[in-house]
Design a binder for this molecule. Structure first.
Ligand code: AN0
Ligand code: CP
Length: 316
């Protein structure tokens, strides 16, 4: 594997999930695989889970890991082709990415969408420039449109918690938030569930339709109560509007998941990628209750990252 930016980079989804399960049971078995190999993790945005779990994954495989907060510690980056750099930017991505590529064998990059220009975000301009100029295998640590390491951890978590080996009903349920939030986690989750052995229903208020390319295998409804009926898993997430790009269209009153809303589900397990705003996106009673899987998801991030890094190390 030389690129891990979406589900389309995964040749066999079932095998990758099995690999993650195997690594969870045997985290240090491949400690010599990454010897003398350097993993560079580049962040243009904040992170707790992705930063720590991906570092841990690299270390479990014996890699040297270096982390850079490029937005705060690097020179101000220019990304425009042909720019006359007489303003605030100091270094072009062409040199910056190429230099980092020289120091690293595998590079991970986090760069959120700006949520201003939909074409710019959905063309994944920054991620694609990194792929082009580092010339090294690239792992997305959440890009403008997707969060594939999160989705792999989510799929593993669902597999571990499926009641009685049945084909589960999984509901992606929009939640309120006070700020415009990327569509990445929702896009990616829908895209991955679309390829997994689950029935996916997506529910959100009017105006929050995700791009068609991610939701082709899903049933979509604006009726949350109907969507939740019989659910085995509820994946809670806020996202800003895709159609009215980057906008918050409603305060989402009544959309927050509560214990009352779990009645009528199949004692549904509740998921969220974290960070979560308590009592805005998700109620205390759900997060502190028995049905929450949020910490299991976060734990599985390590083994998802480790499975991907192992495949990349094997292909170096
Ligand atoms: C980010 C998002 O939803 O894309 C990162 C989640 C992993 N969350 C926030 O910006 C709060
Ligand atoms: N879920 C997730 O990616 O969290 P961080 O933003 O803290 O990395």
């Amino acid at each position: 594997m030389r690129k891990y930016t979406s589900v389309h980079d995964v040749a066999n989804l079932t095998q990758l999930v099995q690999e993650a399960e195997h690594l969870k049971a045997n985290p240090y078995k491949y400690k010599s695989l990454g010897e003398n190999k350097t993993l560079g993790l580049i962040f243009l945005n904040p992170s707790l889970r992705t930063r720590l779990s991906t570092q841990k994954a690299g270390q479990n495989l014996g890699m040297n890991v270096i982390v850079m907060n490029l937005d705060k510690e690097g020179w101000a980056l220019e990304t425009q082709e042909g720019a006359i750099m007489n303003g605030t930017t100091v270094e072009h991505i062409k040199e910056a990415a190429a230099v980092m590529g020289q120091y690293c064998d595998i590079i991970g990059i986090r760069s959120f969408p700006k949520l201003q220009n939909r074409d710019e975000d959905y063309n994944e301009e920054l991620l694609n420039q990194f792929i082009k100029y580092t010339k090294k295998p690239i792992v997305s640590l959440e890009s403008a449109t997707r969060h594939p390491l999160q989705s792999l951890a989510d799929l593993l978590t669902i597999k571990e918690n499926v009641p009685g080996g049945k084909r589960p009903k999984v509901v992606l349920s929009w939640a309120p938030h006070i700020k415009p939030i990327p569509q990445c986690v929702a896009n990616s989750f829908a895209e991955w569930m679309g390829q997994a052995d689950v029935d996916l229903v997506i529910t959100h208020p009017e105006g929050y339709e995700l791009a068609d390319e991610f939701t082709q295998n899903a049933t979509v409804t604006t009726n949350q109560q109907e969507a939740l009926a019989g659910a085995d898993f509820i994946y809670v997430k806020n996202w800003s509007s895709y159609t009215d790009y980057g906008k918050v269209l409603t305060d989402g009153d009544g959309w927050m998941l509560t214990n009352e809303k779990l009645q009528g589900t199949n004692n549904a397990k509740v998921m969220h990628c974290l960070p979560v705003r308590r009592n805005v996106e998700l109620s205390d009673e759900i997060l502190d209750g028995e049905n929450s899987l949020v910490l299991e998801q976060a734990n599985n991030r390590t083994y998802a990252a480790q499975a991907v890094l192992k495949r990349m190390l094997e292909a170096l």
